[in-house]
Design a protein around this ligand. Structure first.
Ligand code: ZN
Length: 178
């Protein structure tokens, strides 16, 4: 099943970088709001039907990850919880919770930017997708604009450290994602 995470050219659509840039714009919104900068868009037939950025602090909700919010807006937009034939673009590898939501919502492909070496749920630390018990086939492509996606996260944590001092983190998990 290694081919599911293959980033060889034939598995990367020409539009992947374009949509990942849109996900990055979402991540920048999170950055500006003082949230860990992770952004997501959901695309169906070349149209963005859902978008979201991490809002855990603002909503005071541990489940308010970019992917969950984007899945929610996409489902509302097409008035269908089944997001078949969609691709979800997210700047950081989905965590196990979001990978589970991806399976439940029937997203057909996931494209992520940076791997998450701390809590990646699509193969880096655990793999919720490959060989899943629901027998759903979800293609996973990682590493699209990874440097930019990771760079934004690093800039955020650097800013937090400068503002709060090394010990203060306002509830942000310190190692968070890198
Ligand atoms: Zn998540």
């Amino acid at each position: 099943m290694d081919e599911l995470k293959d980033i060889s050219p034939e598995n990367v659509s020409a539009d992947d970088e374009r949509y990942m840039r849109m996900a990055l714009r979402e991540a920048e919104k999170a950055f500006d709001e003082g949230e860990i900068p992770i952004g997501c868009v959901v695309v169906k037939d070349g149209v963005v039907i859902g978008r979201g950025h991490n809002q855990v602090e603002m909503l005071k909700d541990a489940t308010a990850h970019a992917e969950i919010l984007a899945i929610g807006t996409a489902s509302a937009k097409i008035e269908n919880w089944r997001l078949e034939e969609t691709t979800l673009y997210v700047t950081l590898e989905p965590c196990p919770m979001c990978a589970g939501a991806i399976l439940n919502s029937r997203v057909s492909r996931v494209v992520y930017g940076s791997p998450d070496t701390r809590f990646g749920g699509c193969g880096t630390t655990v793999d919720v997708i490959t060989g899943n018990a629901l027998k759903r086939e979800v293609k996973v492509t990682g590493g699209i604009l990874a440097d930019e996606c990771l760079g934004l996260l690093k800039a955020f944590f650097q800013k937090m450290r400068l503002e709060k001092g090394d010990s203060g983190n306002k509830g942000v998990e310190p190692s968070a994602q890198l």
